[in-house]
Design a protein around this ligand. Structure first.
Ligand SMILES: *Cc1c(COP(=O)(O)O)cnc(C)c1O
Length: 116
């Protein structure tokens, strides 16, 4: 999606090591619109400092978006950490039986109405 689809819409992506808030600060540009997070991540289970990243992003008017699939909302309430939008795949842990296909986006009414 980041390399093949978004460039068609004139959206560029910068990849960073997301485990340090300094890396997010260094990568933010004047036109950065969104931070895409995943913590813990699927492959190495590294954690990102979500609260600190969200605080910085809010100062810069950057939307924070997290794939919270691994922890699910049961084990990690990212809204409490200041994240703007949370994505869950319902296909795995929420469905639980490999017999569903679904996804969930959560955010404030205002943000969701404006962007989706
Ligand atoms: C599997 C997975 C997805 C995709 O979910 P599907 O519902 O199977 O498309 C997204 N994010 C993470 C972290 C996943 O493990």
């Amino acid at each position: 999606m980041f390399d093949a689809i978004l460039p068609r819409f004139n959206v560029s992506v910068t990849y960073i090591d997301g485990t340090l808030v300094e890396n997010w600060k260094d990568a933010a540009k004047s036109n950065t619109a969104l931070f895409y997070l995943e913590s813990p991540n699927s492959w190495t289970y590294e954690l990102q400092p979500l609260k600190e990243i969200a605080e910085f992003a809010r100062e810069k008017n950057i939307i924070t978006f997290i794939d919270n699939t691994y922890c699910t909302p049961v084990y990690q309430n990212v809204m409490d950490l200041g994240i703007d939008i949370a994505m869950q795949t319902a296909t795995k842990y929420i469905g639980g039986h490999s017999d569903t296909l679904g996804g969930i986006l959560c955010g404030s009414n205002a943000l969701m109405k404006k962007n989706f």
